[in-house]
Write a protein that binds this ligand. Structure first.
Ligand code: DC
Length: 227
């Protein structure tokens, strides 16, 4: 058979979107581990762009600078940044949310995300977490989840995480920043943060990490017949 005629079997994709500090990253990592799928934290891509702009002395609100940084980002750059604590700082998170508003930035990151989803490194399946995976990046995902929690609960979690890392932080500032990011992420014109029509809504306000993981797996089993 001509290789071009060999049918390509698409591997399953699980889309996990949601608000900042909702627990979506932890759920995504654990689901990927349980299923033997590869995981892509798409927020890290936007963070890498935001950090590149900050490090070059630019303003993350400058659309042209953000677009240039996104277009010159190479997949290998992300690997190098993953262990860098600066990638996880609140300043970088806020810069990421600003560059994410720019259509040329989203466009530049789209191919990489779709490439990962379609051809995950180990070839079994992919879990992508972000803001627009179920709505824009992978609208045909086998299962879509939208993870959120009350903003006060999320601010508490983020505060604990920052203090745990030895970063100086106060609750009121973290809460205000969280509200600003929610507004910017959900009100932008391109690919705003919102649940896909067929997403399972998972509110983690009163759930611990194990309970959130179990609820996600139970939905994925029922919806996609995997796990
Ligand atoms: O999930 P996170 O906090 O690491 O994401 C940082 C920012 O990146 C978030 O505020 C908005 C942006 N983002 C996005 O616009 N689309 C995604 N798929 C992932 C993140």
């Amino acid at each position: 058979m001509n290789p071009a005629e060999i049918p390509q079997v698409a591997t399953p994709v699980i889309a996990i979107d949601g608000t900042a500090a909702s627990g979506k990253g932890t759920v995504a990592r654990r689901v990927a581990e349980a299923l033997g799928f590869d995981h892509l934290d798409t927020g890290a891509l936007y963070r890498a762009v935001g950090l590149a702009v900050l490090r070059s002395g630019g303003d993350p609100g400058d659309a042209a600078a953000a677009a240039r940084a996104a277009q010159s980002l190479r997949p290998g750059d992300i690997g190098g940044l993953i262990g860098d604590p600066a990638l996880r700082s609140e300043t970088t998170g806020s810069a990421a949310s600003k560059v994410a508003v720019v259509p040329a930035v989203r466009e530049a990151l789209l191919d990489f995300q779709r490439g990962f989803a379609g051809h995950p490194p180990r070839g079994r399946g992919a879990v992508l977490d972000g803001r627009d995976i179920g709505t824009v990046v992978c609208p045909d995902a086998a299962a879509k989840l939208f993870v959120t929690a009350d903003v006060e609960v999320r601010a508490e979690r983020r505060l604990k995480e920052l203090l745990g890392r030895g970063a100086p932080a106060i609750y009121a500032a973290v809460l205000e920043d969280m509200r600003e990011r929610d507004a910017r992420d959900s009100q932008r014109a391109v690919a705003p943060l919102r649940p896909a029509a067929d997403a399972f809504l998972l509110d983690t306000s009163s759930l611990d990490a194990d309970q959130a993981f179990e609820a996600a797996m139970s939905f994925i089993r029922t919806k996609a017949g995997i796990g």
